[in-house]
Design a protein around this ligand. Structure first.
Ligand code: ZN
Length: 199
C-alpha cells in the first residue's frame, strides 16, 4: 500500500511518466501543487486539457500546430519545394534560430531504433514519401541528429526517396557527432545547413 493518500499517490504516478522526472521530483511537484492555490492548480489542469484539445499534427508536415495546415506550410514567404526533415518538433526551433532557412519542414516524430522496436512503420514518413512521389519537392534536407539512430534514419529515408526525382542532402557534421541537433547553437546549425552534401 502507498504511504500517500490515494489522490496524492495518483498524481505522483502520473508525474513520474514525464521525461526526467523520478520519484523524488514527482513527490516534490505533487506537494508543491498541494500547497498551491486552487486557482494555480486549476490553471495547470486547464493548460493540460487545452494542450490536448487545441493541438494536433499538421496534415502536411506533422508539426504540432493549432491550425491545420501549420503556419510553416501555409507561409507565403517560404519555399514549399525545399523540405527539411527533423526528428521532433523541437528541432524546428534550432533551425529557425539560424534565421537563414527559408524552406518548410517535415517531422518524423522519432528515429529508427530496432532496440526499442521503432521501425520505418512507426515513423511519420508516409506523407513525405507521397509528396516526393507526386513531384512536389525539389530538395529534401535530412537533418536528423548525427547519432546512431539519426544516421540510420537518414540512410533509410535517403533510400526510400531514391526512386523519386528529388535532390537528397544531409546536413554537415558541424553538429558535434553523437549529439542532438536540438542543442546545436545557431552558428553550428547554420554551418551544418550551408555545408550540406548530396547523398
Ligand atoms: Zn505543416
Amino acid at each position: 500500500m502507498s504511504r500517500y493518500a490515494e489522490p496524492m499517490a495518483r498524481l505522483i504516478e502520473e508525474l513520474k511518466k514525464l521525461p526526467g522526472v523520478g520519484t523524488r521530483s514527482a513527490q516534490r511537484f505533487a506537494f508543491h501543487l498541494l500547497r498551491a492555490s486552487d486557482a494555480d492548480a486549476q490553471a495547470l489542469a486547464d493548460a493540460l486539457l487545452a494542450l490536448k484539445a487545441g493541438l494536433r499534427l499538421c496534415s502536411i508536415c506533422n508539426n504540432v500546430t493549432d491550425v491545420d495546415p501549420c503556419a510553416y506550410c501555409t507561409s507565403a514567404t517560404r519555399n514549399p519545394r525545399l523540405v527539411c526533415v527533423v526528428e521532433e518538433p523541437t528541432s524546428i526551433a534550432s533551425i529557425e534560430r539560424t534565421r537563414s532557412y527559408q524552406g518548410v519542414y517535415h517531422v518524423l516524430h522519432g528515429t529508427l531504433s530496432p532496440l526499442h522496436g521503432v521501425g520505418p512503420d512507426q515513423l511519420r514518413a508516409g506523407n513525405l514519401l507521397s509528396r516526393a512521389a507526386l513531384g512536389e519537392i525539389d530538395e529534401i534536407i535530412l537533418a536528423t541528429s548525427p547519432t546512431l539512430e539519426g544516421e540510420a534514419t537518414a540512410t533509410w529515408l535517403a533510400n526510400a526517396l531514391r526512386p523519386h526525382s528529388v535532390r537528397i542532402t544531409r546536413i554537415a557534421t558541424g553538429v558535434p557527432a553523437g549529439s542532438d541537433i536540438e542543442y546545436a547553437d545557431e552558428v553550428t546549425m547554420s554551418r551544418a545547413m550551408d555545408n550540406r552534401r548530396d547523398v
